[in-house]
Design a protein around this ligand. Sequence first.
Ligand code: AMP
Length: 276
Amino acid sequence: MKVFATIEEVRSWGKSAGFVPTMGALHEGHASLIRRSAAENDQTIVSIFVNPTQFGPTEDLAKYPRTLEADLKLCEAAGADAVFTPDKRMIYPDGFCTWVTVEGLGDKLCGASRPGHFKGVTTVVAKLFNIVQPARAYFGQKDAQQALILGRMVRDLDMPIEMVTCPIIREPDGLAMSSRNRYLNEDERKRAVGLSKALGEVEKLFKSGTRKVSILRAKLATTLDDYVDKLDYAEILDAEDLSETAEIKRPALAAAAAFVGSTRLIDNVILSPTSG
Ligand code: AMP
């Protein structure tokens, strides 16, 4: 497996690869994306870059876990052919002043509580796409809003990239895997399961025939309340365009963000009337 630190090395390596952008501190969720890409492409490249522009001023940029050595091992074991580890200056040279913004979709859910977050995400992913020039790119449903926004960016800007969204990988008790889970102490780790528990309760209610969003949303919020320290949001929105809906007639995204201790966790589930 090759490790590239510069844009030039990536450019001369080749095109049409499968691409998995990450911020490192890799876990089985990331590995599932890499394995999927390795199975579907001749070559797979992973980027590891803790993108400063997607962190707010009071967020965890400085303490975000950096575990490069273990990450490289995971990438190789999962079937990556190359890893791109640019530094901050390379991605954001002096005088950098160009941004990519997807309007509307980025104002809700995580965008409402993390202003500027998605502008940072779309900009860095657009840049990485230009550097890597992949045929396909792999993202996790764990960050459902991010996948939706990036899909819209690729469509609106005619980027010649096939976007693949992969299922959420969970711990045995249901907690969605996340690089931020390692911030949790023992008690917090136990309560962190509340997100997937609450979403599971909502899914159960939905499968038993409940379609009213007010009832489902209340179930989500009250169940979460038993576990988490502070609710950020508990929402049920149209899964395609994140519009509000009173009754589920098309696939809906049930999504929650909450603080357990000082760690902000997110999770979601799709409620699909056809399979409900
Ligand atoms: P991150 O390093 O957190 O920016 O995540 C990089 C990619 O991995 C994103 O597309 C995430 O959605 C995806 N990802 C993170 N956690 C999971 C998970 N538990 N299951 C599936 N994909 C994930």
